[in-house]
Write a protein that binds this ligand. Structure first.
Ligand SMILES: [Zn+2]
Length: 283
């Protein structure tokens, strides 16, 4: 029974300077590949479901599938809502058995983001779930030249202590130079800003937009206070390429098997890179 809130593993990660990945899933194959990697690497991990997926007719069934498979995992595995768009959506995810939720109020004013995040924290904590919020705004990689590269949306370090104190949030996603999806350009993590933020609060900090970051940037970010890294695009692209390589075979079963294998391999790569390998057991 290893389905659990990722809170303890992330707090350990913050203390011991490694990071736990959140991998966004889409279906059984991607989920199976991730779970196999967590098991083989003896690592804690987070299976994320992007908020848009909650609107699909199979959302509750997919969540149930992930929950049951995670219960059978030997190490801590969390099922987390990724970028919850409203408190109601976070509540729905908890009703579906998610162990943690992210509420993304980054497009709101600071006051509104604080008020709504605090509301989510109140009902999530009652149910034993941890909450991640976003302060600053992690944009899209496709807008990187007009957004992240110009420091637009970067987290204001002077707002961090107040945000954490007034919301009671468990983890914080910050904008320090990464973006979602593929980058138009090369991402540059602002390590000074990250260190500044990490010096002000002791909760785990999350870096979104892991696809396309150089290995040295991951290492520097983790050494400077990042404890959770979100990766999605890279895993889906790698699986797509793997399947395209055998497209001529026209074998659905081969595609399905290769997809799970690819998710397992790429997940394993990130677990090693982030230092999560071997951290699934008791310390
Ligand atoms: Zn994200």
């Amino acid at each position: 029974m290893a389905l659990t809130s990722i809170g303890p593993a992330l707090r350990r990660a913050r203390k011991e300077s490694f990071a736990v990945p959140l991998f966004d899933t889409a279906d059984m194959q991607s989920t199976e590949g991730m779970l196999r990697a967590f098991s083989e690497k003896e690592a804690p991990g987070i299976i994320g479901l992007y908020a848009g997926m909650l609107d699909h007719p199979n959302a509750r069934a997919l969540a149930a599938y992930i929950r049951i498979r995670a219960e059978e995992a030997p190490f801590p595995v969390s099922l987390m809502l990724d970028h919850g768009g409203s408190p109601d959506q976070c509540r729905t995810a908890l009703d579906y058995g998610f162990t943690d939720v992210m509420y993304d109020g980054s497009r709101l004013s600071l006051e509104e983001n604080i008020a709504r995040t605090r509301a989510v924290v109140e009902f999530a904590h009652e149910r034993g779930a941890c909450v991640e919020a976003e302060l600053g705004q992690v944009g899209s990689g496709s807008d990187y030249q007009s957004f992240g590269a110009r420091r637009k949306g970067f987290t204001d370090p002077d707002t961090v202590e107040r945000f954490v104190a007034e919301t009671g949030v468990d983890f914080l996603a910050i904008a320090v130079g990464t973006a979602h999806g593929l980058y138009d350009g090369d991402p540059q993590v602002d390590i000074e800003l990250l260190r500044n933020i990490a010096s002000r609060v002791d909760i785990p900090l999350a870096l979104h937009g892991g696809t396309g970051c150089a290995e040295e940037q991951f290492r520097a970010a983790i050494a400077s206070g990042i404890s959770k890294v979100n990766v999605a695009t890279d895993l889906f692209m790698a699986a797509g390429e793997r399947m395209a390589g055998v497209a001529a075979q026209k074998s659905y079963f081969e595609f399905s098997r290769l997809a799970a294998d690819s998710f397992c391999e790429r997940s394993g790569y990130y677990l090693d890179l982030l230092g999560a390998t071997g951290k699934g057991g008791p310390r």
